[in-house]
Design a protein around this ligand. Structure first.
Ligand SMILES: Cc1cc2nc3c(=O)[nH]c(=O)nc-3n(C[C@H](O)[C@H](O)[C@H](O)COP(=O)(O)O)c2cc1C
Length: 212
């Protein structure tokens, strides 16, 4: 299996990658490339948390916003991840884009997005998804699929054709990064790794190349 299918265009990006000083700009560039190449869900990322006993947990979520403040996704705050994030206030996340053979790893502190930001995103979701946010007690035991369908029917009837408010238990988390590592596949497993790290969001980034 080929491990590196660089053409002239991606060689240029590789040059940008090793020279880059701004991890947010580099992430934006890589995400754009992933969006142009991945067959689905280029914004899918693994989200790692830790529970109150120190046991790690991981699952996929979708990145729904990203800027210099951090990386935003939405979920149910009463879910396992919600409770773990509210408790530990730290998380890690990983992107793996198979089509372009790249990985980005991010670690950082967790904040809750503003109500205005969460309302705006919630309002942009399809009506069925907004009802689903009310109907699903995410991560809690569900006795049957029928019980979930009954919850969906209940909230569909309750809201009728009126506006559906955002449930209090449903909002977004922002991971404010303290490290962002870019990984690009190389021949014979001699991959390129570039780690950007800082103490907190007021600090400047330090860049270190890592052995593969
Ligand atoms: C590609 C993909 C994207 C997902 N995106 C989200 C998401 O954005 N938010 C969310 O709450 N769950 C999302 N899920 C479901 C989660 O992986 C998980 O099953 C759910 O959130 C419950 O996780 P928890 O019990 O650890 O809280 C996604 C699953 C997949 C496979």
């Amino acid at each position: 299996m080929s491990t590196n299918n660089d053409n002239t265009a991606s060689t240029l990006i590789k040059h940008d990658f090793t020279d880059a000083e701004d991890p947010f700009a580099l992430f934006e560039q890589w995400l754009k490339k992933a969006q142009d190449n991945e067959i689905n869900d280029p914004t899918a990322m693994s989200l790692a948390t830790v529970d109150s006993r120190g046991m790690p947990n991981v699952r996929m979520v979708l990145l729904k916003g990203f800027d210099r403040q951090g990386f935003v996704f939405y979920t149910n705050f009463d879910s396992a991840k919600g409770e773990e994030l509210l408790n530990a206030k730290k998380a890690a996340m990983g992107f793996h884009w198979k089509s372009i053979r790249r990985q980005v790893r991010i670690r950082g502190n967790v904040e809750i997005v503003s109500d205005e930001e969460a309302d705006a995103y919630y309002a942009s979701r399809p009506r069925g998804s907004r009802i689903g946010a009310w109907a699903s007690k995410q991560s809690h035991p569900l006795e049957s699929k029928y019980a979930l369908e009954m919850e969906v029917a209940k909230y569909t009837a309750k809201f009728g054709i009126s506006a559906i408010p955002r449930p209090e238990h449903w909002s977004g988390f922002r991971i404010v990064p303290t490290s962002i590592e870019f990984w690009k596949d190389g021949a014979f497993r001699l991959h390129d790794r570039m780690l950007f790290a800082r103490k907190d969001s007021s600090d400047s980034w330090r860049k270190t190349r890592l052995y593969p």
